[in-house]
Ligand binder design. Structure first.
Ligand SMILES: C[S@@+](CC[C@H](N)C(=O)[O-])C[C@H]1O[C@@H](n2cnc3c(N)ncnc32)[C@H](O)[C@@H]1O
Length: 174
């Protein structure tokens, strides 16, 4: 194999590792830190509250939530590579007592203890999740989604500049 063929093969392996999870909900694209911070502020995340990140990638939302807001975090990630990466990231930040990372498909986990749910997925995935949110989340829970709205839920606030959608569960039933 010449160098060009090796580069092409490596490039395709990279694409597969980044995007295979698209069939379950979204490929990998981390939320910029500045936007993650704005999202958690908009959700009014409080000390000791439970923050979920559905498809937690490298765990950045949860680490930010624990460090800047004193929240506890639960991340669910389907990619074994990113699950391991998030676990290492949490350990390196000495936050293993505050953050739990679970491996698997978030549709199969209960999220009923969530105070805030952070999302950066796709609109069709958000649409499917809206039913789960209505069934499982308590009235005081908030959901913040980056870039894509959640069809099936009424937004409580929209930041048009940064494409952030906030949904308060208490606003869904009136
Ligand atoms: C766009 S990335 C966002 C990562 C992180 N939440 C962030 O904002 O930086 C979406 C993540 O969701 C994960 N994912 C997609 N579908 C999933 C599913 N059904 N269950 C668990 N994780 C999923 C992907 O592997 C990917 O890491």
């Amino acid at each position: 194999m010449n160098t060009l063929s090796i580069l092409i093969v490596v490039f395709f392996i990279f694409l597969i590792l980044k995007y295979w999870t698209q069939i379950f909900g979204a490929g990998y694209d981390p939320t910029p830190q500045k936007i993650a911070m704005k999202m958690l502020e908009m959700a009014d995340l409080k000390k000791k509250e439970i923050l979920y990140d559905l498809g937690c990638g490298d765990g950045r939302f949860l680490i930010l939530g624990a460090k800047k807001f004193g929240a506890r975090g639960i991340g669910i990630e389907i990619s074994p590579l990113r699950y391991t990466w998030a676990k290492i990231n949490v350990k390196l930040n000495n936050l293993s007592d505050k953050i739990k990372i679970k491996h698997g498909n978030f549709f199969k986990f209960s999220i009923s203890d969530a105070d805030v749910v952070a999302l950066f997925l796709f609109e069709p995935t958000n649409r499917k999740l809206s039913e789960k949110f209505k069934k499982e989340l308590k009235p005081s829970a908030r959901i913040v989604s980056y870039y894509w709205k959640i069809p099936g839920l009424k937004p409580s606030e929209i930041d048009k500049k940064y494409h952030i959608y906030l949904y308060k569960m208490k606003d869904q039933f009136n």
